[in-house]
Design a protein around this ligand. Structure first.
Ligand code: S3P
Length: 170
């Protein structure tokens, strides 16, 4: 069973924080998007274009189901909460951390991130991204054990806060 699961919108810092948390706790790190990318052997952006979002969501659900049984830190994609069956799986899990930030911070992080092209953000205006973020907020909160507001925190501070919440700090 995963020790910590990180959820949140694109640009919330899930990948960075998951990797650092895994290092800090000497645990394995798993990433739903990364495993999908390895399986499909193309970028998520290309997959969206080739087979469509619905097929991606099916694959995402299967990958989540598989990875939830693995111990370690699990990082998820921003749309993981869209499906009700995924939300039920997350709600049945322990230590689900919702990483969030102000929309302006999220947008800045998405724009600065050169490593991933996000099909649901790359062609959207700031207003559209903010609207998408707002439309999902309640879903992240629904599955979260804890929420961490990261706008004014460094990655190291976020990791410490998660460890405090999870009882890893004495
Ligand atoms: C998505 C977020 C992405 C990726 C896909 C869809 C979304 O993950 O799963 O592009 O629907 O928000 P990140 O949150 O890691 O960018």
């Amino acid at each position: 069973m995963a020790d910590y699961i990180l959820v949140g919108f694109m640009g919330a810092g899930k990948t960075t924080i998951s990797q650092q948390l895994a290092m800090e706790l000497a645990l394995d790190y798993h990433d739903v998007d990364q495993l999908i990318t390895e399986e499909i052997m193309m970028s998520i952006s290309s997959y969206f274009k080739t087979v469509g979002e619905e097929k991606f969501r099916q694959k995402e659900h299967q990958t989540l189901t598989d990875l939830l049984s693995q111990p370690g830190i699990l990082s998820t994609g921003g749309g993981i909460v869209l499906r009700e069956d995924n939300r039920e799986l997350l709600k049945a899990s322990r230590r689900v951390v919702y990483l969030t930030a102000k929309p302006s911070v999220i947008i800045q992080r998405i724009r600065q991130d050169q490593t991933s092209i996000r099909p649901l953000a790359s062609e959207k205006s700031e207003r559209e991204i903010t609207a998408l973020f707002k439309s999902r907020e309640a879903l992240y909160k629904e599955v979260a054990t804890w929420t961490v507001e990261t706008s004014n925190l460094t990655p190291a501070e976020v990791v410490t806060e998660i460890m405090r919440l999870g009882g890893n700090l004495s």
